[in-house]
Ligand binder design. Structure first.
Ligand SMILES: [Zn+2]
Length: 126
């Protein structure tokens, strides 16, 4: 996507971006309660454990909620996607006609390059 610029990194998110640079989509996973969560952070939001790992994910899910922004020449879609592992992730749905989208539509992570940073995950209709 033209104009997409990578602007943020932190110790909590670095493993995620390192993975996307390798073409992998990973999610934080807690060894204590064995649940996946999103977004990356230093403690598990369910049990407050700091025993966290990263697990590769197929990046599949379904649209939980979405809106179509028509303020630009090209409309774009911002959606909450319920990932198959459970967490809900905010992202852009980048392909297909926004008029055909619906809650429950299956989507999958695809990566788009940035200028000067790792690729960023977007969602494409499956
Ligand atoms: Zn936990």
């Amino acid at each position: 996507m033209a104009g997409t610029e990578f602007i943020e990194n932190s110790p909590e998110t670095k493993p995620f971006w390192d993975a996307t640079a390798a073409g992998l989509f990973v999610l934080p996973w807690c060894r204590q309660c064995q649940r996946t969560h999103w977004y990356p952070r230093g403690v598990c939001p369910y049990c407050l454990s700091t025993a966290l790992d990263w697990r590769e994910s197929p990046g599949e899910g379904e649209i939980h909620s979405f809106s179509v922004n028509r303020m630009r020449k090209e409309p774009y879609v911002l959606a909450y996607v319920a990932l198959s592992e459970g967490p809900i992730m905010l992202g852009n749905v980048i392909d297909g006609d926004p008029a055909t989208l619906s809650i429950g539509r299956k989507v999958k992570v695809v990566f788009k390059p940035t200028s000067g940073g790792p690729p960023i995950p977007f969602f494409a209709v499956r």
